[in-house]
Ligand binder design. Structure first.
Ligand code: ATP
Length: 273
């Protein structure tokens, strides 16, 4: 065969929390070096998907029921979360979750703990990369992370994940709750991280932002993949435009406007003399 193995292959994955099936037979691929996005509304199963990949589902009372997850062609199934990090996969969980009372630099140090591959030189290189991406984290190194703004905390959460020098970054709604300008800065950073060679699996409710970043996209609805394809194709599809990009279907809108201005139509019953 030859060629490069995908950064991530999720194959026929079913997972849930006790009796709740949050994912049903989900399959997706992140090609080597790509940014892939998973779109979906509240409760679609996006966070569950990332937790299943990072093997952290059980911390949330969940488990994988069936299916396989492969990284660079090797299965992650059965690994502990720290071994997943060692296999080159780091997750930025939803809601940032920085250690508020710890300093910014200690938060970053904590991100390197799960990485058993790198020595001191690797950690210094990772820290330099994080500081180049997010200079504010160098400026505020000695301050408690809780004093950072929401956007800066998101930078710290991303920076912490990068400290393990991952080949694949799992990002859970990085734009959540951020003003548009800050969300755009985070998006620029994701682009830069990817350009430096890290593949990205991005789950987002902000479809406009995600579809600009990604080459491929999947739509998840109530635990199942209902649409997938090149991001540009999904961005152009009526369904995605209507449901996820808030674009009004112009014909339907015109029909609705006509219906409001047209004289009331008599029903067949009333029209009958
Ligand atoms: P959101 O965008 O709102 O975060 P999501 O797409 O990330 O949503 P998930 O958080 O993965 O969706 O939730 C998928 C389903 O699993 C939902 O029905 C949710 O209620 C359920 N669920 C999520 N976490 C848990 C949990 N810890 N225990 C039980 N059920 C859960």
């Amino acid at each position: 065969m030859g060629g490069t193995a995908p950064a991530l292959e999720v194959d026929d994955l079913t997972a849930g929390y006790g009796p709740v099936r949050a994912l049903r037979r989900v399959s997706l691929t992140v090609p080597a070096g790509a940014v892939v996005t998973v779109l979906g509304g509240n409760g679609a199963g996006k966070s569950t998907l990332l937790r299943a990949v990072s093997r952290t589902l059980r911390f949330h009372g969940g488990s994988v029921v069936s299916g396989t997850v492969r990284r660079d062609g090797r299965p992650l199934d059965g690994l502990t979360p720290d071994r997943v990090v060692a296999a080159g996969v780091s997750q930025v969980p939803e809601g940032r979750q920085v250690f508020a009372r710890m300093t910014v630099e200690d938060n970053l140090r904590a991100g390197a703990l799960g990485d058993r591959r790198g020595g001191r030189a690797a950690r210094s290189a990772a820290l330099r990369r994080v500081h180049e991406l997010f200079p504010v984290l160098a400026d505020r190194a000695r301050q408690p992370a809780g004093l950072l703004s929401g956007g800066e905390q998101q930078m710290l959460a991303v920076g912490r994940a990068l400290m393990a020098a991952p080949g694949l970054l799992l990002l859970d709604e990085p734009s959540l709750g951020l003003a548009p300008l800050m969300a755009a800065r985070i998006a620029d950073a994701v682009r830069e991280i990817n350009a430096q060679g890290t593949a990205v699996l991005l789950v987002e409710q902000n479809a406009a932002l995600a579809l600009r970043l990604a080459s491929h996209a999947y739509v998840l609805e109530v635990g199942e993949v209902t649409l997938s394809g090149p991001a540009a194709d999904l961005a152009a599809s009526d369904e995605v435009r209507r449901r996820y990009l808030g674009v009004v279907d112009e014909d339907a809108a015109a029909d609705a406007a006509d219906a409001r201005t047209a004289p009331p139509v008599l029903s067949r019953w009333e029209a009958t003399p």
